[in-house]
Write a protein that binds this ligand. Structure first.
Ligand SMILES: [Co+2]
Length: 354
């Protein structure tokens, strides 16, 4: 859940506005952006939305298979303020950004975790995994992602943890739900899941002062073969990336194996979103690239980070919705993602969310 290319202004106003220009929202959608005259992103196959808002339908998705293009459910800039005290009991230990929205300053040093931190990260990783298992059972037709968010938040709170995404940079919900053409950071909403959807649920929990982060893409009802293949290959790409990890291995190995596997099977890898170090901070150094790269850095025992490749059917370039969060493919193709938090050990890795 991090976008490195514009790390300095990552979810800043400037970036949102910049991206909204690229968001191809029509005048009828976005009166404040009068220069937009034609829709690309918001071309939709949802007829009712098209009729209501005059969205120009025009994507040809047939090359990508049979599925519904997901479009914004709310025509609003930004997101609502999070009322943390109404959602989270006072007994829950909260990360500092729960009230300030701002995470700590990015530290370029990669931290080595001690025994105590590792024990805590095992517990947060286990809770994240268990929450993801619950999410799997909830991804069924007619369930809305908002209902899923509610149930998962309750599960996390009942375990004594805080749902890390909530109010991180102002993110309005407890989990990210990214359906079909949504690459990541999808905000739970009132759209009911449909048979044929693929949905990534990204869970991060903050327990005993440390975060655990994991995600998976689930099939809803009957998914077409192209969708199933995408999900299957993305899972394999994560597994290959994890197999490449170990003590004294260059971080760039991860991207090398994932990118080669993806392109061999006709998929592109998102370069815009990366894995990340994790621990007391939700996002720490290093950034983990999943595409072929020459970044410096060697894995060392005691490091903890995520591997979370995103594979796309088409071109892996993205646009941002007016909400300032939801990142979608520009060409309307589907994307899938899987993620684990891992620890580098003296003789290999330990999957903390496995
Ligand atoms: Co992550």
């Amino acid at each position: 859940m991090i976008r490195p290319m514009r790390l300095s202004n990552i979810f800043s106003k400037n970036y949102s506005l910049l991206s909204i220009k690229n968001c191809y929202v029509t005048q009828s959608l976005m009166k404040s952006q009068p220069r937009q005259s034609r829709t690309r992103l918001c071309k939709t196959m949802d007829d009712s939305l098209s009729a209501d808002f005059g969205v120009d339908v025009g994507f040809d998705l047939s090359a990508f298979g049979n599925y519904q293009l997901v479009v914004p459910q709310r025509l609003k800039m930004g997101v609502d303020e999070v009322k943390v005290d109404q959602l989270i009991p006072s007994t829950i230990n909260k990360p500092p950004y729960a009230y300030t929205k701002e995470p700590r300053v990015w530290c370029t040093e990669i931290s080595i975790k001690n025994h105590d931190s590792i024990a805590k990260m095992r517990a947060s990783g286990r809770l994240a995994r268990n929450t993801l298992e619950l999410a799997r059972s909830l991804c069924i037709p007619e369930k809305t992602t908002l209902e899923i968010d509610y149930i998962l938040r309750k599960f996390i709170l009942d375990a004594g943890a805080y749902p890390s995404p909530l109010n991180y940079m102002g993110f309005p919900n407890s989990v990210c739900t990214s359906v079909n053409n949504v690459i990541c950071h999808g905000i739970p909403d009132e759209r009911p899941l449909k048979s044929g959807d693929i949905i990534n649920v990204d869970i991060t929990v903050f327990l005993n002062g440390v975060h655990g982060d994991t995600s998976a893409t689930f099939l809803v009802g009957e998914v077409d073969s192209k969708g199933r293949d995408l999900v299957e290959h993305t899972k394999c790409a994560l597994d290959l990336g994890l197999l490449a990890c170990g003590p004294y291995v260059p971080f760039s190995e991860i991207g090398r194996v994932i990118d080669r596997y993806a392109s061999k099977h006709g998929y592109s890898v998102s370069k815009e979103l990366t894995g990340h170090g994790i621990g007391a901070q939700f996002h720490e150094a290093p950034l983990i690239f999943h595409h072929e790269n020459n970044e410096e850095g060697i894995m060392k025992p005691g490091m903890t980070f995520t591997v979370e490749p995103i594979l796309c059917q088409g071109v892996a370039t993205s646009s941002l919705w007016p909400d300032g969060w939801t990142i979608v493919t520009e060409d309307g193709g589907r994307s899938a993602q899987f993620e684990h938090t891992i620890l580098i050990t003296h003789d290999g890795i330990e999957i903390l969310t496995g």
